[in-house]
Design a protein around this ligand. Structure first.
Ligand SMILES: [Zn+2]
Length: 556
């Protein structure tokens, strides 16, 4: 605590991009009791320097408001990091050697768990059980892919779950099958649950450790706050308790809004439970005040809800329009009721029919309740029908974008574009169009689906090409839908003030201004000095929350 009006901490001699409304720059920032007390030139801030003031010389490097991630799964990501982690590989051989190495190193674990494989490594995105059987024949293996919408399992796991040629597909998923109907080894969407329900619960402490692991990883990219896109007290995940525990022990250094999971197998009767969870779910930096409704799946396995049918390999229309996870009339009722009760609704809305159904549900709530300040938001927005672009502004629905996916890479080029066809594939990730139509843009990563590094996300938002460092197969010769590029300040605003707004924290975070909390991050260079093709080469050096350092790079 500062005495005589002196600052506790001063950052001097830097390029401070404040992200205030004017997007102004400063040189120096002073912090007292965790709050920003001065922003200006080095001379202006020098007056606040006392004997006990810690001075950080930025040496010309860049200081930004801490990034906020509006859709992320830090506990799932942390669990991946603590288990059999396939995220950093891009080949079948790499996966198999990692899995067999992990199994050998953990002989006592009853299940081999973890995940993070990429669909484009396998024909049609579907790995087979025989590859796993060859390396782990005696224990069940359950490994979700990078986006969590499918899992690779071995024969032992299928045997424990009793999944055979005779098992019907569940309503919300699909068992990938061989010609004779036997399970091939990939389970899509809700079919994963046939096996995952047999996974023994991990310990509370393991979930807690996963949260801390995920949190540390997010801080290492300059992220100081986020919205956890699935918070639940049940399933093997149980991150609700982990957040409360971390808040209690004061180890929760991120500012977190939790989006409570809407159980799509149930109806409005679950709302009482959600209210109880919200009531008990506010402690320290954590507040479970949002509800997550997953309205569809993903394009790569044809479960994203489309207005027109998917095409087959020959470009002919199929009879598949994907899945509406919640029946649209029930969705309207649910959203209206949640809106009445003051919940923010966070939708997974990926393809054009799901986007429309989510917007229709918000419209129904507006019609019944009028406008309010709950800031419902739609995440993913891979395909938005042009007729719906203006509705985000009109309905006050935030566009929650995950920009890293807006590029020509294998999942896009091999598994998506051919099955969408013209003109629909050109409606993908329409960030510039949404901005032009007045939508409020917020951004997130969806980690562990893909990298949580906001510099990589912004790189793609600006360039619509993958960063050169991207570990998977990419085609960087062509810009992906160049008209939908946005500029760097717009992307940076979405990752700071935008996501702070989604979390109802724009009054005290999201920019470097006097009176706000000192949630800031230092980067190794001024990203504006580089050509835009090098945005992703900028790295976080240190991260602060409430003026306390929560991350420092090894060489800092
Ligand atoms: Zn997600």
């Amino acid at each position: 605590m500062g005495t005589n009006g002196h600052a506790d901490l001063i950052f001097v001699n830097g390029d401070v991009y404040t992200m205030d409304a004017a997007r102004s720059w400063a040189r120096s920032v002073a912090v007292r009791d965790g709050a920003i007390v001065a922003v200006g030139t080095d001379d202006e801030v020098a007056d606040l320097r006392g004997d006990r003031t810690e001075v950080v010389d930025l040496g010309g490097r860049m200081l930004l408001p801490g990034f906020q991630d509006a859709h992320v799964h830090p506990v799932g990501g942390g669990l991946d990091m603590l288990q059999c982690d396939l995220n950093d590989h891009g080949s079948k051989d790499g996966y198999l050697s990692t899995i067999s190495g992990y199994a050998k190193a953990h002989p006592d674990e009853p299940w081999i768990l973890g995940g993070g494989w990429a669909q484009d490594v396998f024909p049609r995105g579907c790995p087979v059980k025989e590859d796993l059987d060859a390396i782990v024949p005696d224990r069940p293996v359950f490994l979700p892919n990078r986006d969590g919408h499918g899992a690779w399992v071995n024969s032992k796991a299928l045997e424990i779950a009793g999944v055979t040629a005779d098992t019907p597909d569940p309503k919300d998923g699909r068992i990938e099958r061989n010609a004779d109907g036997s399970p091939q080894g990939t389970l899509h969407e809700g079919a994963q649950y046939l096996v995952s329900k047999h996974i023994p619960d991990v310990s509370d402490d393991f979930v807690y450790q996963a949260l801390l692991k995920g949190q540390a990883y997010l801080h290492s990219f300059g992220i100081t706050g986020w919205q956890d896109a699935i918070v639940t007290p049940t399933s093997h995940y149980r991150n609700y308790e982990a957040y409360l525990q971390a808040a209690e022990r004061e180890t929760l250094t991120g500012r977190v809004v939790g989006a409570l999971w809407w159980d799509r197998a149930r109806g409005l009767e679950q709302i009482d439970e959600l209210q109880a969870l919200r009531e008990g779910g506010q402690r320290g930096r954590f507040a479970a005040t949002s509800v997550k409704i997953m309205q569809d799946g993903i394009c790569e396995n044809f479960t994203a809800a489309t207005l027109e049918p998917y095409l087959d390999e020959h470009g002919h229309a199929t009879d598949n329009r994907g899945l509406s996870m919640v029946e649209p009339e029930l969705l309207k009722e649910a959203v209206t009721r949640l809106d009445t009760l003051g919940f923010q609704v966070h939708f997974h809305a990926l393809a054009d029919r799901a986007v429309r159904e989510a917007l229709d549900a918000i419209e129904a709530a507006r019609t019944t309740n009028g406008f309010n300040d709950l800031r419902h938001h739609l995440a993913h927005l891979q395909i938005v029908h042009p007729d719906d672009l203006h509705r985000f502004r009109e309905l006050g629905a935030l566009a929650n974008a995950q920009p890293l996916w807006a590029a020509h890479e294998a999942q896009m080029d091999d598994l998506t574009i051919p099955f969408l066809g013209e003109p629909r594939w050109t409606w993908q990730y329409p960030f510039a169009s949404l901005v032009r139509h007045g939508a409020t843009l917020v951004m997130g990563s969806d980690w562990s689906v893909s990298s949580p590094n906001p510099l990589e996300e912004m790189h793609v938002a600006v360039n619509r090409k993958m960063p050169p460092s991207y570990p998977f197969r990419v085609d960087n010769t062509e810009v992906f839908l160049p008209d939908e590029r946005i500029d760097l300040p717009t992307a940076m605003a979405a990752f700071t003030m935008g996501s702070a707004y989604a979390n109802h924290r724009e009054h005290d975070t999201g920019s470097i201004e006097v009176g706000k909390r000192a949630d800031v991050a230092i980067f190794d260079r001024n990203v504006f000095e580089l050509p835009v093709e090098e945005i992703a080469d900028t790295h976080c050096v240190a991260t602060y929350v409430d003026g306390e350092r929560v991350f420092a790079a090894a060489d800092a």
